[in-house]
Design a protein around this ligand. Structure first.
Ligand SMILES: [Zn+2]
Length: 124
């Protein structure tokens, strides 16, 4: 079920795939939340060119969701995914780095956990 209202968007459906397994989290600029790159031990924002003294991780996950009739690509950013992954993006990134998960093992774990679960997504 998908509804687009004047105040937001409502979607009830099942996750059928999660795309871009390498991009569950990224290091973001604290000003504009865009991706940063590490340049000689400094983090530089790719959008506003802020020299970031502190960077934090932010979730970015692309879902393919079915409501039984249509497939919809949905990209979700930030804290709404804390409950989906069960922790903050910083904690998730730290865990992945600490256990040194290989990319394909991480994708399998996330797919096995979340695909075919039904979710309600609401945007305002
Ligand atoms: Zn920025």
């Amino acid at each position: 079920m998908m509804r687009n209202t004047s105040s937001g968007f409502f979607l009830l459906g099942k996750v059928v795939a999660i795309q871009e397994p390498t991009a569950y989290v990224y290091h973001c600029c604290q000003i504009c939340f865009s991706r940063t790159l590490c340049d000689a031990e400094r983090w530089i924002c790719m959008k506003c060119h802020n020299d970031c003294a502190v960077v934090e991780c932010r979730y970015r996950t692309c879902f393919i969701i079915s409501d039984g009739l249509k497939l919809v690509n949905v990209t979700v950013f930030g804290h709404p995914l804390d409950s989906f992954f069960g922790c903050s993006a910083n904690d998730f990134n730290r865990f992945v780095q600490n256990v040194q998960l290989r990319e394909e093992h991480l994708k399998t774990a996330v797919d096995d956990r979340y695909i075919y679960w039904q979710y309600v997504l609401v945007w305002f």
